[in-house]
Design a protein around this ligand. Sequence first.
Ligand SMILES: Cc1ncc(COP(=O)(O)O)c(C=O)c1O
Length: 372
Amino acid sequence: MFLCTSIILKAKKATAMIHNFNAGPSVLPQEVFKEASNAVLNFNNTGLSILEIGHRTNLFEPVMSEARSLVKELMNLSDDHEVLFLHGGATTQFMQIPMNLLNENELASYTDTGTWAAKSIKEAKLFGHVEVAGSTKEINYTFIPKNLSVSPTAAYLHITTNETIAGTQWKDIPYDCGVPLVADMSSDILSRQLDFNKFDLIYAGAQKNMGAAGVNLIVVNKNILGKVTRAIPTILDYRNHIKEASMLNTPPVFAVYVAMLTLRWLKKMGGVSAIEKLNNAKAELFYNTLDSLPVFKPVVAKEDRSYMNAVFIMQDASLEKEFLDLCKKENMIGVKGHRSVGGFRVSMYNALTIESVKAITDLMKAFASKKG
Ligand SMILES: Cc1ncc(COP(=O)(O)O)c(C=O)c1O
């Protein structure tokens, strides 16, 4: 009898609502999980798994084509902007971008806004000269630089629109920097309305706002390609991927499928403008609560706070473990800050519901009232 009750309790616990604040891979819409699971067993009623069909078939080609056209539609892209789904994670783009855009004797301009920007700078230096147009390194990356100094001869300016670890986000995009604009949007892709056509290259690992790990979204203005003199390996040359409609080699088929489902979901939700409203509401609820509770301490300058990743600490660091234990008990996962920063990080990507934000802000209030 006792055994039976404990099994039931365990099962209940396993199905209890989990609030997933992971920074990535992270929460996706439940309907995407369901459809993707069905497709592993029986893709589009073919009796075949999505995992066992050829990519050059009339079963998979429509998936790739729909995923690419949904990006075009959701971002309202011009005919010059090509959409690719490539292997390798955003980290591969740190080197693939300078390899395709920067000659050895040329200069590229980079902003140094955190761990991810610093990694992109390191890789670019392997291919040409790098200037840092603006940096907040000295102040622990707690805000976004405002006055950039970009050489007019730079091959491009690179920014990281959302720093996932530091918890900062560019609100004023330097559209008028005078040189091609390149952006790592891994952690805020399709979360807010931007003038996407003003970027010459956008890249994002899919595993936060767009789907499963294993695929990168690349949006590239084809007019900026073909200007470097070095030989580029076939698989790393964007032009080859454009020619082959993003099917130069076997694409990460399942990850592309999950991205396609997530893009369909976003369109059904009302697109980028609708999700932006929801993301604003979630961020306002979270930050208003944070600012009202002196026991917690925000670490990022107010105007540069990320609407995707809220980073904060406690006035009294000795209380941090107690709050983390409480989160765990209440099925709130992924709240621990990145190991390089400490404290807490609450990620609020597109698929996170406002109910989850309400749940954690209620918990923060209850904790504060006990300690205050
Ligand atoms: C802003 C940003 N850029 C790049 C990366 C690296 O992505 P990947 O692990 O897909 O290479 C991450 C990962 O979290 C990120 O947050």
